[in-house]
Design a binder for this molecule. Sequence first.
Ligand SMILES: Cc1ncc(C[n+]2csc(CCOP(=O)(O)OP(=O)(O)O)c2C)c(N)n1
Ligand SMILES: [Mg+2]
Length: 497
Amino acid sequence: MIAITGLSYHDTVGTHLIQDVPSDRLFESVCLYNERVMGPAHAVPVTDLAVRSALFNRTPSHLAIPIDVQPWTEDTPSPKNKPGHTSLAGQPFTVRPPVEQLTAAADVLNSCSKIAICAGAGARGAGDLVEQVADTLGAPVVKAGLGKDAVPDDSPYVTGGMGLIGTRPSHAAFEECDGFLIIGSATPYHEFWPEPGQARAVQIDINADRIARRYPVEVGLVGDSTTVLRELVPLLERHTDRSFLERAQQGVADYWAMHREQAADHRRPMRPQTVVEALTDALPDGAIVCGDADTVTAWSARLRLRRGMQFSFSGTLCSMGALPYALGAQIAHPDRPVIAFTGDGSLSMGELASLAQHRLPITVVVLRNDSLALEIWEQNALLGNPQFGNDLHPVDFAAVAEACGVRRIRLDDPADAPTALAEAIVHRGPVVVEAIVDPHEAPFGESLLQTHAQHITQAYAAGERDRRPMAANLLEPRRVAMSPAVQSVQDDLQSFT
Ligand SMILES: Cc1ncc(C[n+]2csc(CCOP(=O)(O)OP(=O)(O)O)c2C)c(N)n1
Ligand SMILES: [Mg+2]
């Protein structure tokens, strides 16, 4: 991605005149390549370098152009700025780790009996090889948020997501494993990974400085995951004891049974799980799903994507906004179905009119709970505080959509979920499905850590306004059975219902 922004006049920057915001400094921590354009001659090399950095470092770039520089056409290049000295020519990385490192990595993995794999964004495009490794090692594959589309959710090796948005079988695999293979992940949820020292570990990453950033691995293999896995696979020995994988598979079956049961519970307001199941069933082949940074992060992690589908969201920055992602995706892939799965707070930040203006046939599924719900769970579970300041003024998104010239479908009866979503997806223009959901549904009931559970009871004891429905939700029997953390505070929670 290349962000191009303006700056105030080249000779007034920094003089506190109107809109004097140094946009290059604003972008400093999110763009690796980030420059002010000083004139037309300067624009040529910095544009080349911005594009190259975005492609080869896989990070956003930013160019800020002062307003009066923008129309300049005349410029005299300086002696050092030889015309044509930069270009966009470049080779994708084909780094191959040395044979000794590959052998050392294989030795580590061959010596372990219970290996868990964590696949992140760096595993995208290498899914078949990841499954081959999982098969050889009898290893469950846990997916970090941005690795969701690296391996399809119907793969027999996949246990689902991890971290606060993860599944119980993913965490169980990390708790038990004695071997750990990290493929292209620098997830910020590493506290859910095996304890340091618990597992002998190997990490594959294209960036050398990510090796051992989150886990003290024994061997780091620097290179593109496809290239490295191709070299590693023939060195791995088949693990004949499949019990670790089979236990994970049983956990996966239990997890999805619980999820389907939650989804089939047709209480009102609707449980978000109902939307997730119906959307999973409605997803067409080749769909691109754009998730959000709110409770929808947890719900979209539970969508089951098939082979050939793509998924993304603001992973590490966690900036709210599914629709901006969808706009980009639909423009880049006009022939593919694009779905924006969004929160209502997030959708209130705008962009619906752009859908109509560009006539993009995006399906927007908004979970309307009239609340910044994730903040409630974070204030409770991360901080131990009662919720504060998260109510949203109720917005009739269906009416807003209509006012913007976008088709509207209001979904408040859980029984209508399958038909509403199927209808939305086949619609040939932009459409908003407004799903009215329960704000008290726990987005990470099964994935809470002990400390989170204690914080929750602390927040409830301190007078959390909605503790009664929230405690009742956490105490759902199947959820309790699956979550050691909820079990540990079960009696306290009971006292709040
Ligand atoms: C741009 C931005 N602003 C603020 C936040 C902090 N934040 C994280 S989740 C959240 C609430 C999101 O509410 P909503 O989109 O309604 O989804 P819900 O959690 O209710 O499903 C906020 C304010 C953020 N991640 N990104
Ligand atoms: Mg909300």
